[in-house]
Design a binder for this molecule. Structure first.
Ligand code: GLU
Length: 377
């Protein structure tokens, strides 16, 4: 059964596994203290979902905000990376303790997992996270996940928990992701403008949809803002998951949004093969190849990428690394795992396959990116 409306996200039949993402502003008050009453009501909603047979994974922010107060750091602990890392080390203990305590009141066991971007971009570690999440859920626990802010430097950071939530949902094979935000969905323009309309359902995160978020990004939405929420929606879409943005502010926010049918629901595309979905959701590419119009058309028809259609090579990638395929108009057409390292790609670029053996001095591979190792965007 497919998810076509908000209410399907809380139905164990249409959505057996759900990720609920909670941002710092909802969890931590302006005084730096946890908002216990609000969280208690949310945990009751999660416990009810579990009791009705739905598996729930929580992605929770709030470590930096909680820790900054304890360490008396300026700017809410976000003045520098080292401040944020120190604050997170302190705050994460409080955050995990809070979830464990409140879930415990319902007889539920909380399980903490701290991840960095790299943990989910490396295929082996990604599969490891998948296995751990599966085991925890089967054992009845509620995984509570955050970014491992204390060790994550700029290069290996998600930076926001929206994308983390989508990647976690994908790793867990979830059917849906619910982002509790400070706004009740995506608006067609800056929501503060008169006449701004909420979009109830989005079919495909198109350039027009992105344009709406840019208009609304100045509205002070969470740490990632609407842009990171749309990136999360793209990851979800490629992974065959539904994703919704709802207003997290009311007490019992999930029930409130479902009853009022208020939010923005991003519909999933058909589920891709797991490996392709993982590839499509990857956020960091090691390099890129540029292709001509002929190669771009061949990719659309489902062919592998051949060196003859390559016009340029960027980056210093190795064989097996994820790279982007960029069309003549500068748009990224696909992502895939390269069969060659960057230097070999440069040698082969523009050359027909029959010339490859002579150019390389060894037996060539059948394609630069095989169709099975590529996902079209
Ligand atoms: N992981 C950060 C924290 O726990 C917050 C990231 C975000 O706000 O999205 O404080």
């Amino acid at each position: 059964m497919k998810i076509t409306q908000l209410a399907h996200l809380i139905d164990a039949k249409t959505c057996p596994r759900l990720v609920v993402k909670v941002g710092s502003a909802l969890l931590v008050g302006k005084d730096g203290e946890p908002r216990r009453e609000w969280l208690t009501a949310l945990v009751a909603e999660i416990a009810a979902a579990r009791a009705a047979g739905q598996e729930v994974i929580v992605v929770s922010s709030g470590a930096i905000a909680l820790g900054a107060r304890k360490l008396a750091l300026a700017k809410g602990g976000r003045g520098s990376l080292s401040d944020a890392q120190a604050a997170a080390s302190v705050g994460q203990i409080a955050l995990a303790g809070l979830w464990a305590e409140l879930l415990g009141l319902h007889g539920l066991t909380a399980a903490q997992i701290l991840l960095t971007l790299e943990d989910l971009e490396d295929r082996r570690r990604y599969l490891n996270a998948t296995a751990t999440l599966g085991t925890l859920l089967a054992a009845g626990a509620v995984p509570v996940i955050n970014e491992n802010d204390s060790v994550a430097t700029q290069e290996i950071r998600f930076g926001d928990n929206d994308r983390l939530a989508a990647r976690v949902g994908q790793a867990a094979g979830a059917s849906g992701v619910l982002l509790l935000s400070d706004i009740d969905g995506l608006y067609d323009r800056d929501p503060r403008q008169p006449g701004a309309l909420r979009i109830p359902v989005v079919r495909g995160v198109t350039p027009e949809i992105h344009a709406m978020a840019t208009g609304g990004s100045s509205s002070g939405l969470g740490s990632g803002g609407m842009t990171s929420k749309l990136q999360a929606a793209e990851i979800a879409e490629l992974a065959g998951m539904a994703l919704a943005i709802i207003d997290g502010q009311p007490v019992s926010p999930i029930g409130t949004a479902i009853t009022a049918d208020r939010g923005t629901l991003f519909l999933p595309r058909g589920r891709k093969q797991a490996r392709k979905a993982w590839l499509g959701g990857r956020m960091r590419m090691r390099g890129a190849v540029h292709v001509d119009a002929g190669a771009a058309a061949a990719l659309e028809r489902g062919s592998s990428l051949l060196a003859a259609g390559i016009t340029g090579v960027d980056g210093d990638f190795q064989r097996g690394d994820a790279i982007a395929v960029i069309g003549p108009d500068g748009q990224t057409l696909a992502r895939g795992l390269s069969e060659y390292h960057a230097a070999e790609c440069k040698v082969l670029k523009g050359h027909h396959s029959r010339e490859h053996e002579a150019l390389l001095g060894y037996a060539p591979r059948s394609a630069l990116i095989h169709r099975d190792q590529m996902v079209l965007l």
